[in-house]
Design a protein around this ligand. Structure first.
Ligand SMILES: [Cu+2]
Length: 551
């Protein structure tokens, strides 16, 4: 640990007793009571932020290749939502896509408002075409780097997404940075998701996922138009994303992987950096030079602009080892943006990448990430073990199964509506686990029998990562880390490996837990937790939520 980090830790320890409730990420033993408005201490005056998102299909060419993008307010990526901890967020989603939609707020707990989680088939009915639905919720007890995206079929891969940043006014002082930047990275398909799904969910795909055509950094990249189909509109040498650095300033970069399928390695030539946040959990600064980041994951890193005034490549490299190799494909692996120091020339960088080998298709060693404030998990009450495997269904389509069941979405009759209707027995294909005891401590263990990795996301919570193992690394329950593990909301289950997660059932709602590779999710790799249904039934969704069912 460097001296800067040591100072931070000292300050924090001194202030611990005063500020613990302000920083607590999930409602555990040290947190404020559940949604207690009277006990809110920060910020003193929460604001109401109102956004209007007009969704429509527009022709855009983020990488020089023109395609029909499902855009938010005519742009891709969608506009950033920027709020402070404690604020109320109101978003009017005006659907002019010509197809149904929904919006999910990835990583936001939705305490007391589970009907605004945005998951079709689970927490809401679709927003029909030519209809406006308003999401309205308060962001309590969490801050950090999040994103919003459609949670209807594969729609976000067509463009319905953007960053959602919840600022904490103490962060700048705590970590000593000057500017706060968003770096959205993603894979990019030139075909639309519905067509790709048709192919993927047919025997012809043999279970091999569609390969992206490109990667984008803040919605930009260039593309080799020799690879574009005849008759398509494509322009070479499209503009790259450009980040301007002032010499000797420190930048917080919020790296958000909004991919539908791809894991990346993020790096900046000649600049190492320190991780300070993982999906809303502040960490003791942890220095690395290349960041492995899987689908839907987020990290904040501090980059020190201390190199000679010049231009440097930012690199977003596909983790090629996790891409299927059943079919030939054209893809640039090493994708770039420009870090331009003020007063440097306007020429392209000529810098070289870091040469250390990064292990692909697994998360970075998460036991090396330490939460800034210790948040020790209570002992486990219940352990749920899920086995994941892929096999052919009766139609010859390769599908994922969790404990023998492939999830089928009930779009017409979502789970949360069923709970309000008093339904307590569910179809096997809904993959539901019900939790009835408030504050029950749940361990979820995924055993992956598939030879591919799966980035799993849990809605409504962060989970502690108690342990994980790659192929041939045995799961020994007694050896799991319960001392001071990191908390986050999206973590990778290694190929033929396992992961052990823990969360506290303190947030009434219907929470999806699923692979965030959209192909796998769409094929059925999802379980859902019906958490505290008796309490859910005492809550009151707004009339607008009920109205969706009659549209
Ligand atoms: Cu998966």
């Amino acid at each position: 640990m460097n001296s800067f980090s040591s100072i931070i830790v000292l300050i924090v320890i001194n202030l611990l007793f005063i500020i613990v409730p302000l920083f607590t990420n999930d409602v555990g033993a040290t947190a404020l009571p559940y949604h207690d408005k009277n006990n809110k201490r920060f910020p003193s005056k929460p604001q109401v932020y109102e956004y209007k998102f007009h969704l429509s299909k527009v022709e855009l060419a983020p990488d020089g290749f023109t395609k029909l993008v499902s855009a938010v307010n005519g742009q891709y990526p969608g506009p950033p939502i920027q709020v402070n901890r404690g604020d109320r967020l109101i978003v009017h989603v005006v659907n002019c896509l010509g197809e149904p939609t929904s919006m999910h707020w990835h990583g936001i707990f939705q305490r007391g408002t589970p009907w605004f989680d945005g998951v079709v088939g689970q927490t809401q009915h679709v927003i029909p075409d030519k209809y406006t639905f308003t999401y309205d919720f308060t962001i309590d007890l969490q801050s950090g780097s999040y994103w919003y995206h459609s949670h209807h079929r594969g729609q976000y891969m067509d463009g319905v997404l953007g960053p959602l940043i919840v600022y904490d006014e103490f962060d700048k002082i705590l970590y000593g940075y000057d500017e706060d930047l968003i770096v959205l990275i993603t894979d990019w398909y030139h075909d639309n998701s519905a067509d790709l799904f048709k192919w993927f969910l047919s025997p012809a795909s043999k279970g091999a996922e569609p390969i992206p055509n490109n990667a984008l950094i803040n919605g930009k990249n260039d593309y080799n138009c020799d690879w574009a189909a005849k008759g398509s509109k494509c322009v070479n040498n499209s503009e790259l994303a450009n980040f301007v650095f002032k010499k000797d300033c420190k930048y917080r970069m919020r790296v958000i992987n909004t991919s539908g399928f791809s894991a990346f390695v993020f790096s900046i030539d000649n600049h190492d950096f320190e991780i300070i946040e993982v999906e809303g959990t502040k960490t003791i600064p942890y220095r690395i030079n290349q960041l492995s980041i899987n689908v839907a994951q987020r990290y904040s890193v501090i980059v020190d602009a201390k190199q000679p005034i010049s231009n440097y490549w930012m690199r977003v490299e596909f983790q090629q080892e996790c891409l299927p190799d059943e079919f030939a494909y054209n893809l640039t692996i090493d994708n770039k943006a420009i870090i331009h120091y003020e007063e440097a020339s306007l020429e392209n960088p000529t810098t070289n990448s870091w040469t250390d080998k990064v292990e692909e298709c697994v998360d970075l060693e998460q036991n090396k990430l330490k939460p800034l404030l210790p948040n020790i998990p209570p002992n486990c009450d219940t352990r749920i073990v899920y086995e994941i495997e892929f096999k052919e269904d009766s139609n010859g389509v390769n599908r994922p199964y969790v404990n023998g069941s492939s999830y089928v979405s009930d779009e017409e009759y979502p789970t949360l509506k069923k709970v309000f209707d008093g339904v307590h027995e569910f179809a096997k294909t809904e993959n539901i686990y019900q939790i009835h005891k408030k504050d029950e401590v749940i361990d979820v263990v995924f055993i992956n029998k598939d030879d591919g990795e799966h980035p799993f996301h849990l809605h409504g919570h962060v989970f502690w990562i108690l342990g994980w193992g790659e192929k041939d690394e045995k799961l020994v329950y007694e050896k799991l880390n319960t001392l001071n593990p990191i908390q986050r909301d999206t973590s990778t289950i290694p190929a033929e490996g396992w992961i052990a997660l823990r969360f506290i059932a303190n947030n009434p709602g219907v929470w999806a837990c699923h692979c965030h590779m959209e192909w796998h999710l769409g094929a059925g790799l999802l379980v859902q937790f019906v958490e505290l249904p008796e309490i859910i039934k005492t809550l009151n969704p707004p009339k607008s939520w009920w109205d969706l069912f009659s549209k």
